[in-house]
Design a protein around this ligand. Structure first.
Ligand code: CO
Length: 132
């Protein structure tokens, strides 16, 4: 398991991209809207890991709710796994709360599922597996 990316919630994706292009001295390499989660994303490569900026595409998006409650900032840490189904079964057995019954299609060509922050010392954890 390695850290695939860190997800950061932003109010405005354009402003976020501008800030992170300066910070990381590199261009955003991919933008993608994930309809089923009502988020728009922008990715930056940082060595072997990535930064994912997340903006809301609708007021009822989880990101819109997060921004309302906590403002901009760190939203989740994503760990890449080889077999997400097996890993979710293992974590359920360990007593972790998985926030969906099945992994769903996320950004960046991945299957994703989230683990409740209460089980991870306050950090929302994403597991992801590259498809294909
Ligand atoms: Co993510």
């Amino acid at each position: 398991m390695h850290i695939d990316h860190i997800g950061i919630a932003v109010k405005d994706l354009e402003t976020g991209i501008e800030a992170y292009e300066k910070l990381l001295n590199g261009k955003c390499y991919k933008r993608e809207t994930v309809e089923n989660q009502k988020v728009e994303t922008a990715f930056f490569q940082t060595g072997e890991s990535k930064v994912e900026l997340l903006g809301a595409t609708s007021p009822d998006s989880v990101i819109a709710k997060y921004l309302e409650k906590r403002g901009e900032g760190m939203h989740h840490v994503a760990f890449e796994v080889d077999d997400i189904h097996a890993e979710l079964d293992r974590l359920r057995d360990e007593g972790f709360t998985v926030l969906s019954d099945e992994p769903s299609c996320g950004a960046d060509n991945k299957l994703v599922a989230f683990i409740h922050p209460k089980d991870n010392c306050g950090v929302l954890v994403e597991l992801c597996q590259t498809i294909g």
